[in-house]
Design a protein. Structure first.
Length: 132
């Protein structure tokens, strides 16, 4: 939660990235409860921050590593990963690939969509359209 507070309330992307990296380091060594879930969430969170910090290629590397594991938890993680991928691709100017990622995110969002992932995917698609 600390990384989310640093991002949302403090706007401190560097501190948020450091918190996500710390969680990822602990999770990959098994020093967290439910390390697979912690790893997946940390990779998506860190990727989003890397994009904010003008490091979208590193963000994509982080997401590629996650996608190879095909995580099913936490809830909605596949859609969250595609949203983060779409944002990183937009930052690189790859609007067609970004649109494809946002479309995948929309399709992967859970049926009840408690985190508003479909709305975020639609917003990403609109953003990609305006940048073409």
């Amino acid at each position: 939660r600390m990384a989310e507070v640093q991002h949302v309330y403090q706007g401190d992307h560097a501190a948020s990235a450091a918190s996500w990296q710390s969680l990822l380091d602990r999770a990959t060594t098994g020093a967290t409860v439910l390390p697979a879930i912690a790893t997946a969430r940390a990779r998506v969170g860190l990727a989003a921050e890397l994009t904010e910090l003008s490091q979208p290629r590193r963000a994509l590397d982080m997401l590629d590593a996650l996608d190879r594991t095909r995580p099913t938890a936490p809830y909605g993680i596949a859609a969250q990963s595609q949203l983060a991928r779409g944002e990183a691709l937009l930052a690189l100017g790859s609007t067609t690939d970004a649109s494809a990622a946002f479309t995948r995110a929309y399709g992967l969002a859970p049926h009840d969509d408690p985190d508003g992932l479909r709305d975020r995917a639609r917003a990403g698609l609109a953003k990609a359209r305006t940048r073409r």
